[in-house]
Design a protein around this ligand. Structure first.
Ligand code: COA
Length: 264
């Protein structure tokens, strides 16, 4: 696996852990870090040893405290749009990863940090985590998909309130709003992620990817149902459905580990 300037990475038992490593800057997402996250996610998706991904921040304080504010100074409208497009593309590649991605939110997840967590499939927060979209304090709005994903997760009423007031919420509030899946003590954060990923690992990888693709197509219109039809149909081409159904009929546990048909 490649080495990165702003990330620490490791693979253990099929889990690729990607740690944003700028703790003295609250793991702020400068352009280079965003680009490296994109490259690391691509690399993890292409590596057959990797089953799933944990994305977290170095140190006990921050997951990521947003885009690097210093890089905003003096941008033109076109440069601002290009910066947002680069971030949106990387965050979409996370959302579209067919391998499950969990955000282990170990502290501040503000601005682009909250947007990064929201681009992951699941979010587990430590008790000290704080979430927010404080961009209006700077004369900005979320630009890495946050205006869209926050509303998808918490609804327009609360989402717009958070974006307009820049209010920071704690982990329990995030849980109550449906923004995170679980809140755990910081020392249990990674083990909780591993526990969930180990459950997912026993399921059909093809079906897990298909569920992600179908859920990603949700936009409140019939298009989502069409995507579900396609993904449902594709499952029948995979070898894994044969194993899953045979195992049920033979009253045994399915073993998907020898079936490698993620290309159906
Ligand atoms: N961009 C660039 N640098 C950042 C940053 C960001 N988004 N967030 C934190 N930093 C830097 C600080 O400038 C400081 O650097 P310095 O030591 O060189 O001065 C370092 O990280 C530590 O941050 P500091 O503010 O001293 O820590 P704190 O514990 O007092 O406060 C936060 C933590 C997260 C509340 C605070 O840093 C903050 O509000 N950050 C900006 C959040 C934000 O607006 N994000 C949206 C960006 S679009």
């Amino acid at each position: 696996m490649s080495e990165y300037k702003n990330l620490k990475t490791s693979v253990e038992n099929g889990i690729y852990t990607l740690t944003i490593n700028r703790p003295d800057k609250m793991n702020a997402l400068n352009r280079e870090t965003v680009q490296e996250i994109g490259a690391a996610i691509k690399e993890a998706n292409e590596n057959s040893e990797v089953f799933s991904i944990i994305l977290t921040g170095e140190g006990p304080k921050a997951f990521a405290a947003g885009a690097d504010i210093k890089e905003f100074m003096g941008l033109t409208k076109e440069q601002g749009m290009a910066m947002a497009k680069a971030g949106q593309d990387v965050f979409q590649s996370i959302e579209n990863s067919s391998k499950p991605v969990i955000a282990a939110v170990n502290g501040f997840a503000l601005g682009g940090g909250c947007e990064l967590a929201m681009s992951c499939h699941l979010r587990i927060a430590s008790e000290n985590a704080k979430f927010g979209q404080p961009e209006v304090n700077l004369g900005l709005i979320p630009g890495y998909g946050g205006t869209q994903r926050l509303i998808r997760y918490v609804g327009k009423t609360k989402g717009l309130e958070l974006m307009m007031t820049a209010e920071m919420i704690n982990a329990q509030q995030a849980l109550d709003l449906g923004l995170v899946n679980y809140v755990v003590p910081q020392e249990n954060l990674i083990s909780k992620c591993v526990e969930i990923l180990n459950v997912i690992k026993t399921k059909s990888p093809f079906a897990v990817g298909a569920a992600i693709r179908s859920a990603n197509a949700y936009d409140g219109t019939p298009k989502g149902f069409d995507a579900e039809l396609t993904e449902f149909g594709k499952c029948f081409v995979s070898e894994e459905i044969k194993e899953g159904i045979s195992a049920f009929l033979e009253k045994r546990k399915a073993d998907f580990s020898t079936k490698n048909t993620q290309t159906a």
